[in-house]
Ligand binder design. Sequence first.
Ligand SMILES: [Zn+2]
Length: 98
Amino acid sequence: MPVEIPAANQGGAGADDTGEPCGDLIAGYDEDGPTAFECGAPVRHTETGYHCSRGHSYTYAVHREAEGWDYASDPVEAELLGHAGVRGVHPGDGRTWI
Ligand SMILES: [Zn+2]
């Protein structure tokens, strides 16, 4: 599956900025039923984190802290973060839990 990757960044020492596959898990089905597989879409790095062409994204901890939010994998964790004044965000799609 050929994928066009814009060569916008003038590379530094390593060229590991492009072509790196996204490792986010996606729920799916195979012949055995429900399963999960890695996204595999190309990842683009930014100043604050990275995102893939399918919409997965990751923001580095220092930027999450600066913006007053953090990843929460479930509503309980989101509530605990909330008690600390931190907004809990869904890791998959960036939505706020509460
Ligand atoms: Zn992805």
